[in-house]
Design a protein around this ligand. Structure first.
Ligand code: NAP
Length: 248
């Protein structure tokens, strides 16, 4: 029997990049996956791919995680479709980088709403059934930026550091109900998000990474899968940096 057999996982931002890799890894471990992304086309593509590999393993949903009402509705739909939710991975995230003195109030709000409020909205949608079931795994994807700060990312770093405080507080609230809450903080990972970086910024970033390279989405996915699995049942409120040593 696979470690996540008969379990249901919601993965947000699973339409590409790190979220897509997490969805694949959890499906390989036996979980059924609710694939969430902002766009219908990306979530459907990933769900189709998963179902081709493992029949009946995935279903696609399109929602803006920043929209509280819409997220509650999708949460209800997922529970109606799958009957339960065991694992929530809050991975959806965006950047709107700029120096603070040039940052618009809209870009501040957009990033905080997607990255931090989005996680709150998704937890609200699943926490009652998890509490009732007296089990659950919540894994929030933060960033090295939330641990050490990066110039040009005051909005993003605030959202990602906020996720850490959110997760620690939540882990204390729900530990007695058998629910664990942990954070994975990736460093620079090869995805669409980092493909826009100039060669100059890339080189400067690599110079700060002891392992001297960017990571792959699978580096994050395997850690999330471990935290979601039975071997991690005594781990809660922790932050696992997967960043080639950048934040140590
Ligand atoms: P990505 O390639 O840009 O993919 C982002 C995913 O999030 C997409 O599927 C996107 O949906 C979804 N998304 C964005 N805003 C959303 C919203 N408001 N509602 C619903 N879905 C939304 O990003 P990534 O590099 O895989 O990053 C994944 C997570 O890791 C993010 O939280 C990011 O901050 C974090 N992270 C990434 C890195 C890195 O170097 N890549 C480093 C540290 C942390 P669509 O596909 O529909 O557009």
């Amino acid at each position: 029997m696979k470690p996540l057999e008969n379990q249901v996982a919601i993965v947000t931002g699973a339409g590409r990049g790190i979220g897509e890799a997490i969805a694949h890894q959890l499906a390989l471990q036996g979980a059924k996956i609710a694939v969430l992304s902002r766009s219908e086309s990306n979530s459907s593509k990933v769900a189709l791919h998963l179902n081709q590999k493992i029949a009946g393993s995935a279903k696609a949903y399109a929602v803006d995680v920043a929209d509280f009402e819409a997220v509650q509705k999708v949460g209800e739909q997922i529970i109606a479709d799958f009957g339960r939710v065991d694992i929530l991975v809050n991975n959806a995230g965006i950047t709107r980088d700029n120096l603070l003195m040039r940052m618009s109030s809209e870009h501040w709000d957009e990033v905080l709403n997607a990255n931090l409020k989005g996680a709150f909205n998704c937890v609200r949608a699943v926490i009652r059934p998890m509490i009732k079931a007296r089990s659950g795994r919540i894994i929030n994807i933060s960033s090295v930026s939330g641990l050490m700060g990066l110039a040009g990312q005051t909005n993003y770093a605030a959202s990602k550091a906020g996720l850490i405080g959110f997760s620690k507080s939540l882990s204390r609230e729900v530990a007695s109900r058998g629910i664990t809450v942990n954070v994975v903080a990736p460093g620079f990972i090869e995805t669409d998000m980092t493909s826009v970086l100039s060669e100059e910024v890339r080189h400067a970033a690599i110079a700060q990474i002891p392992l001297n390279r960017f990571g792959q989405p699978e580096d994050i996915a395997t850690a999330v899968s471990f935290l979601a699995g039975p071997s991690a049942s005594y781990i809660t409120g922790q932050v696992l940096a997967i960043d080639g040593g950048m934040s140590m």
